[in-house]
Design a protein around this ligand. Structure first.
Ligand code: ADP
Ligand code: MG
Length: 591
C-alpha cells in the first residue's frame, strides 16, 4: 500500500485514543475548558455512565460565533500565548474538542458576555455541521452523546455504566478540590447528585477538602505548609492512625492541575515509612505551587503526568514537610476510634460526638529516658494497682494529657483519668512504639545499650541468611545486637539490646534475617535501619498479659507524652483512645 496522508477524522480518532480513554476523560477535558474560561458554576450531568450522555454547562467567558468552527478544529487553542514553557491554563493542546467530535456526537452552544445572541455547532463522528445562531445563556453548554459510537473497538473496552459513573465522580472530585471557589453540581440518571457549594475565605481549601473527602478526614488531618527554593507545598495529611488499605486517597495538584505522579507517591510513602506498615497508606491532599517554567506538563495527552525540573527538590520538600509536621503534632490518636466507641455505646437519638483528641505537642516531663529506665519498670511486679497517690501528686498527674493511671484491666489496658476525660491505653501497642522510637534515637546518636549473654547463642540458618546478617553486623551492633559468623550456616549472638530484656533471641535473629532479605534493595540506609528497629521493637514490647504497678503505668503514660509519634503503634493503629467527660455524660443521658 502506498504511503498517504490520513484524513482529518482518522487523525482525530487516533488522537482520541489517548485523550479520550473513557467517559471520565471527556468529563475531565470539558470541566478543564470551563475552568479555563473562568467559570464560577459548573454543572455536569451524565447518563449511562457517560456513554449515553455527558453535558457540561458553565457560566464562563463563552465562545464567539466566528470562533466556533475553530474551537472544534484540530490544533486550535486560545491558550498558548506565552508559549509551551509557560502554561498557566489546564488546557493547551487544542485537541480535546476535535477528538471528542471524532468519536461521538458533540454539540456546543455558547454565548459570550457582551453578545446578545449565541451560536451552536455540531460534530458527529468527525463531520462538522455549519455554525448556527442559538438561544442560550451566557457561558457554554457542551453535550456529548453516544460516546465511541464511531469507534466500536473502544466501546467494547468500557466497564459497566456504574464503574464509568464512579470514575466520573472521582475525576470531578479531584478537580473540584483545586478550585474551592467554584460551585460544582454532578447529577444524572446514573447517580445520586453531588453538590459542592463554593467555599471562600481563608479556610476555602480545608472546607472544600472536607466537602470532598468528608469532615472525618479534616478532623483527623494535619495541615502542612512549606516552601523551598520557590516551590510551595500546602495541604493536609492524615494522622497515622487514620490510614487506608490503598493509596487511592492520595491527591496531588500542581498549579491547580490534578496529577498522578510516581515521584510524589514515592516521597509520601518514604515520609510515612517508619510510621505506617507497608500495607497501609496515608490520606493526603498536597497542593504544589511553582513557576510554570519549572514543571513540564506536556508529557502525555491526558496531562496527568508531569516532570519537575528539579525532582530532588520536590522530593526533599515533601519528605521534610511531612516528617516535620508529624513530629510537631506530638502525640495524637485518631478520633475515629473514640467515635466508633461512642457509636457502639450510643443509644438511639443521642448526639454525635465531636473530635476528642488534642493537637498540641506536650512538653516532656523530666522522666528518665526509656532506654535506661524503661525496661526495669516492666519487670513483672506483684499485681495491679489502683491506690491513688498523694493528693497533690495525683492532681498534677491529672493535668498531663494522658492523665493519672487508675487501673490495669484485662492485663493489657491502662485506664487513666485526666482533668476532663477517660483515657484507655493499649499497653502492648504503646510500649512497642516507645521501644521503636528509643531504638531510632539510638541509631541517630549513641549506640543502644547491649547486655551480654552468659553463653553465646549459636543459631543455625541458611548460609545466605548468615551471610546477610554478618554483612550487617556493624549496624546491628549499633542497635545493641552483637553477632558474628559461626562457621558455615550459623551465627553466634553474644549481646542483645538491653531494652528488649529477656527476649527470644532465636526468633529475633531469624526475623531480622528475613527483614534484611526482603529489603535488600536500593532503599536508603535510614529506611532500612528503621525497619530493623521496628522488627526489634516488636520482639521487645510488653506483651499483653504483663501486670503493671501504678508507678509503672504512670511512667508509661509520661513516656508516651514525651515521645512524638507514640499516638500510633508501629502498625498504624491508635495506642490509646480518649473519651471526654462530656461524651461519657451524654452516654448516660446526663446531657
Ligand atoms: P484546549 O483546551 O487545549 O485549548 P480544546 O479542544 O479543549 O483545546 O478547546 C479548544 C478551544 O475552545 C479552547 O482553547 C477555548 O478557546 C475554546 N473552548 C472550549 N471549551 C470552552 C468553554 N467551555 N468556554 C469557553 N471556551 C471554550
Ligand atoms: Mg481543553
Amino acid at each position: 500500500m502506498p504511503i498517504r496522508q490520513l484524513p482529518d477524522t482518522m487523525i482525530n480518532q487516533i488522537a482520541a485514543g489517548e485523550v479520550v480513554e473513557r467517559p471520565a476523560s471527556v468529563v475531565k477535558e470539558l470541566v478543564e475548558n470551563a475552568l479555563d474560561a473562568g467559570a464560577t458554576r459548573i454543572e455536569i450531568a451524565t447518563a449511562g455512565g457517560g456513554l449515553g450522555l455527558i453535558r457540561v454547562i458553565d457560566d464562563g467567558g463563552g465562545i464567539a460565533p466566528d470562533e466556533m468552527a475553530l474551537a472544534v478544529g484540530r490544533h486550535c487553542t486560545s491558550k498558548l500565548d506565552a508559549g509551551i514553557d509557560e502554561i498557566h491554563t489546564l488546557g493547551f493542546r487544542g485537541e480535546a474538542l476535535p477528538s471528542i467530535g471524532s468519536v461521538a456526537r458533540l454539540s456546543i452552544r455558547s454565548r459570550t458576555a457582551n453578545a446578545d445572541s449565541g451560536s451552536e455547532i455540531r460534530v458527529e463522528g468527525g463531520v462538522a455541521s455549519p455554525v448556527k445562531p442559538a438561544a442560550t445563556n451566557r457561558g457554554t453548554t457542551v453535550e456529548v452523546r453516544d460516546l465511541f459510537f464511531a469507534t466500536p473497538a473502544r466501546l467494547k473496552f468500557m466497564k459497566s455504566p456504574r464503574a464509568e459513573a464512579a470514575a466520573i465522580t472521582d475525576v470531578v472530585k479531584r478537580i473540584a478540590m483545586a478550585f474551592p471557589a467554584v460551585r460544582f453540581v454532578l447529577s444524572g440518571t446514573d447517580r445520586s447528585t453531588l453538590e459542592l457549594a463554593p467555599a471562600g475565605g481563608d479556610n476555602a481549601m480545608p472546607k472544600r477538602i472536607a466537602q470532598v473527602l468528608g469532615d472525618d478526614f479534616i478532623d483527623n488531618a494535619l495541615e502542612i505548609d512549606a516552601c523551598r527554593d520557590g516551590v510551595r507545598l500546602a495541604g493536609y495529611i492524615s494522622i497515622p492512625s487514620y490510614s487506608r488499605a490503598t493509596a487511592q486517597q492520595q491527591y496531588a495538584f500542581v498549579n491547580g492541575r490534578p496529577i498522578r505522579d510516581k515521584l510524589v507517591a514515592g516521597a509520601v510513602r518514604g515520609a510515612f515509612a517508619d510510621i505506617l506498615p507497608r500495607d497501609r497508606h496515608a490520606v493526603t491532599a498536597l497542593f504544589f505551587t511553582l513557576d510554570p517554567a519549572d514543571v513540564d506538563v506536556n508529557v502525555h495527552p491526558a496531562k496527568a503526568d508531569v516532570r519537575f525540573r528539579d525532582p530532588g527538590l520536590v522530593r526533599g520538600l515533601i519528605v521534610g514537610a511531612i516528617r516535620q509536621t508529624l513530629s510537631a503534632s506530638g502525640i495524637r490518636a485518631s478520633t475515629s476510634a473514640a467515635s466508633a466507641m461512642m457509636d457502639a455505646f450510643r443509644t438511639e437519638g443521642a448526639p454525635k460526638s465531636g473530635p476528642v483528641a488534642w493537637r498540641q505537642p506536650y512538653a516532656p516531663p523530666p522522666a528518665g529516658g526509656f532506654a535506661e529506665a524503661g525496661q526495669a519498670l516492666f519487670e513483672a511486679g506483684p499485681t495491679l494497682s489502683a491506690p491513688v497517690a498523694e493528693p497533690e501528686v495525683d492532681a498534677a498527674l491529672k493535668e498531663a494529657p494522658l492523665g493519672a493511671a487508675r487501673a490495669q484491666i484485662h492485663e493489657n489496658y491502662i485506664v487513666a483519668q485526666t482533668a476532663d476525660s477517660l483515657v484507655i491505653v493499649d499497653q502492648h501497642a504503646a510500649h512497642e512504639r516507645l521501644v521503636y522510637e528509643a531504638l531510632k534515637r539510638g541509631l541517630e546518636s549513641r549506640p543502644v545499650a547491649a547486655q551480654m549473654l552468659l553463653i553465646p547463642e549459636v543459631i543455625d540458618m541458611p548460609e545466605e541468611d548468615a551471610e546477610r546478617l554478618a554483612a550487617h553486623a556493624e549496624l546491628l551492633a549499633r542497635l545493641g545486637l552483637g553477632l558474628e559468623r559461626f562457621g558455615p550456616g550459623a551465627v553466634a549472638v553474644r549481646e542483645t539490646p538491653a531494652m528488649l530484656g529477656d527476649t527470644d533471641v532465636v526468633g529475633l535473629v531469624r526475623d531480622l534475617a528475613d527483614e534484611i532479605a526482603d529489603n535488600d534493595t536500593a532503599e536508603t540506609l535510614r529506611e532500612r535501619l528503621n525497619k530493623v528497629a521496628a522488627t526489634m521493637a516488636c520482639h521487645g514490647s510488653v506483651r499483653s498479659g504483663r501486670r503493671l504497678k501504678p508507678d509503672e503505668m504512670n511512667a508509661l503514660l509520661r513516656e508516651m507524652e514525651a515521645t512524638p509519634g507514640s499516638g500510633t503503634c508501629n502498625h498504624g493503629r491508635p495506642t490509646y483512645i480518649e473519651l471526654k467527660l462530656g461524651d461519657i455524660e451524654r452516654l448516660f443521658g446526663r446531657r
